[in-house]
Design a binder for this molecule. Structure first.
Ligand SMILES: Nc1ncnc2c1ncn2[C@@H]1O[C@H](COP(=O)(O)OP(=O)(O)OP(=O)(O)O)[C@@H](O)[C@H]1O
Ligand SMILES: [Mg+2]
Length: 339
């Protein structure tokens, strides 16, 4: 069953074309993560689906029903905002209750539903507190809970974990993955976090300037990006691009190599000077200036030390590299790389 189908969605603010020809189909139960640079239209897309914003053109279909003319409540999707958007003067219980009262439930039904959700999210002890009396992580769980109590047909999450510290982010990420496994409600989830995108998504949607650049399973995007933009956007540190003028014999193509696929080799095909090294404990990232205004990042497992300005040379296995057309930036798949 199809949970969501977007057909040729367009949205402009003045002369700013924020969404252009967005087409996207999501199966019931899928966890879809949307990534893309700031301002590319991710939040606008969620708001259009939720009914908080009208598209200029295009069709929004939720579970076989065209919902363009339906109010947000009729669409039965729940949106969790980055800023929590809790009612500050209401207790956690009342924040939950608010959404349910609108749905016309009895007070016993409401009590039971809130108890269930509070237990799922470990909030049972906090139902009488106001948002200001909670930690950031607890507030975030209340925001999640407020979406959960309504048993929506789809969740829309807009960077729900971006206000949390690293440990809480990880815990809440695991909780969201668990919730999704249990509820199987489809989720559309916007994030800037590579780990969240790679670990949570069944499929990732990469957006750029109002358009979808590629949709695919996380490792599919990582290993076979359609184009240079997706290649550079998925993966951290980002893929290195070796421009045509840096290696002889490749006039019309640019080579993409992931930092973990470069290795130090005295007589390597690429050489330059160390600009910087970053020691992360598990790995060391070395950023080198290889001339012609280009920098490359090498990811070495383990702990290494380099002197700034020291000469360095590296290489890579041709099988680990991808080629991009230097004109249109699309991946070139039918040409084996040999340099
Ligand atoms: N109500 C509005 N009126 C005019 N322009 C808007 C409005 N809302 C968003 N925009 C513009 O639309 C574009 C897309 O905004 P949007 O919030 O969807 O981006 P985003 O991908 O969510 O970015 P971020 O990652 O920073 O949250 C931006 O250029 C933004 O300035
Ligand atoms: Mg946004």
């Amino acid at each position: 069953m199809i949970a969501l189908r977007l057909t040729d969605i367009q949205k402009t603010y003045g002369d700013n074309h924020v969404l252009c020809d967005v087409n996207l189909t999501i199966e019931d139960g899928e966890f879809i993560v949307i990534v893309g640079p700031s301002g590319c239209g991710k939040t606008t897309l969620l708001r259009v689906i939720a009914g908080l914003e009208r598209p200029d053109a295009g069709e929004i279909m939720l579970f076989d029903t065209v919902v363009n003319e339906m109010s947000p409540a009729q669409r039965e999707v729940a949106m969790v905002f980055q800023s929590y958007a809790l009612y500050p003067h209401l207790t956690v219980f009342k924040n939950f209750e608010f959404a349910l009262k609108l749905a016309g439930m009895t007070s016993e039904q409401i009590q039971q539903r809130i108890d269930e959700v509070a237990q799922t999210l470990s909030l049972s002890d906090y139902l009488d507190r106001k948002p200001s009396e909670l930690s950031g992580g607890q507030r975030q769980r209340v925001a999640l809970g407020r979406a959960l109590v309504r048993k929506p047909r789809m969740f829309l999450f807009d960077e729900p974990l971006s206000n949390l510290d690293a440990a809480l982010r990880m815990n809440t990420r695991i909780e969201i993955a668990d919730l999704h496994r249990t509820l199987k409600t489809p989720i559309l989830y916007v994030t800037h976090d590579q780990t969240e995108a790679m670990t949570l998504a069944d499929r990732i949607v990469v957006m750029r300037a109002g358009r979808i650049e590629q949709i695919g399973a996380p490792l599919e995007l990582y290993n076979t990006p359609n184009n240079r933009f997706v290649a550079g956007f998925i993966g951290s540190p980002a893929m290195n691009f070796i421009e045509p003028d840096l290696l002889p014999g490749l006039e019309a193509a640019c080579i993409g190599v992931r930092p973990e696929h470069l290795f130090i080799a005295e007589d390597g095909r690429l050489s330059g000077k160390v600009l910087l090294h970053e020691r992360l404990g598990t790995d060391t990232h070395v950023i080198a200036d290889v001339g012609a205004g280009q920098k490359l990042t090498v990811r070495l497992p383990g702990q290494w030390e380099f002197e700034r300005g020291a000469p360095i040379a590296f290489d890579f296995a041709d099988a680990d590299a991808v080629l991009f057309d230097a004109q249109d930036n699309r991946i070139i798949v039918d040409e084996p790389i040999s340099l």
